[in-house]
Design a protein around this ligand. Structure first.
Ligand SMILES: [Zn+2]
Length: 279
């Protein structure tokens, strides 16, 4: 007969193995896609942007997978909302690939340049600050290395010139925006609809007319949050594949996930996951 403690160890080992395999599958999917993507070496920046975006998505999924303590209503949405934005960004860029990818690229350089200007201004006041000097030098070198033939000057407005909502509408991702992205926004922005539920509780003194008191919740990890992250990784990979007409052999994230877990939706490659499925 198996001792309870031994059983616990087995379950833990199994869970750790599951997470390690999860990371391997996400990485294999990323590497294979980058190998298959038809990169134009004479105009590589747009491809680098899409490659960077799927790498970003894989990174977020992997880091969330490695941190089960963060699978809570307070932390997981910080990852998930960013992941939904990556899906919308990929799809919107693909609507006018080269022009929008370059716009995205230049906006990023603009953000970096702006940050450098702040540091430079401070350096004028603190000319002996070696750490600051190093930061400005490294930052300027990075910016110089990113220069491309289409580089003119940097723009510091909203990168797409429109909101995430408008971008979502333009790339047929409105349900993803309405039901998933917007739902996670109260956690990201710490608005009262999140705090009232997760960071405040009723005072236990019956004479106090039920005023609220601050609370730090001790929520147990919910496995469903990893499922959500998997779904957004899946959508990012799928958009990448469809755009370039790729057929990678690495198991798609959601299919891999459902093959290793019980009671999760098992999408066919054709229908894919239900994007409007709210959190
Ligand atoms: Zn009270």
């Amino acid at each position: 007969m198996t001792e309870p403690s031994e059983h616990g160890d087995n379950a833990r080992d199994e869970f750790q193995a599951f997470l390690a395999d999860y990371v391997d599958n996400a990485m294999a999917g990323l590497n294979e896609r980058w190998e298959l993507a038809p990169i134009d070496l004479y105009d590589a920046a747009p491809y680098e942007v899409l490659g960077g975006l799927i790498a970003r998505q894989a990174t977020l999924a992997i880091e969330l997978a490695r941190a089960p303590q963060a699978w809570t209503p307070n932390s997981a949405p910080l990852f998930l909302r960013a992941m939904i934005e990556v899906v919308i960004t990929i799809r919107w860029i693909q609507g006018d690939f080269e022009a929008r990818a370059k716009k995205y690229y230049l906006y990023g350089l603009g953000q970096h340049k702006l940050q450098m200007e702040h540091y430079k201004a401070r350096l004028v006041d603190q000319p002996d600050n070696e750490e600051l000097k190093q930061m400005v030098e490294n930052g300027s070198r990075w910016l110089e290395a990113q220069r491309r033939e289409f580089f003119t000057d940097v723009d510091v407005g909203a990168w797409a010139g429109k909101s995430v909502r408008e971008m979502a509408r333009e790339c047929d991702s409105e349900d993803l925006y309405k039901f998933a992205y917007a739902g996670f926004s109260s956690c990201v922005h710490s608005t009262w609809d999140h705090l009232g539920m997760h960071n405040s509780n009723y005072c236990t003194n019956p004479l106090h007319k039920r005023h609220r008191v601050p609370m730090v919740p001790d929520d147990p990890p919910e496995f469903d949050y990893l499922y959500r992250a998997t779904k957004y990784l899946h959508l990012a990979y799928k958009s990448f594949d469809q755009f370039f007409g790729l057929a990678p052999t690495t198991t798609m994230p959601l299919r891999w996930f459902s093959s290793r877990t019980a009671n999760q939706e098992d999408p066919t490659e054709d229908s894919g996951p239900d994007e409007s499925d709210p959190m």
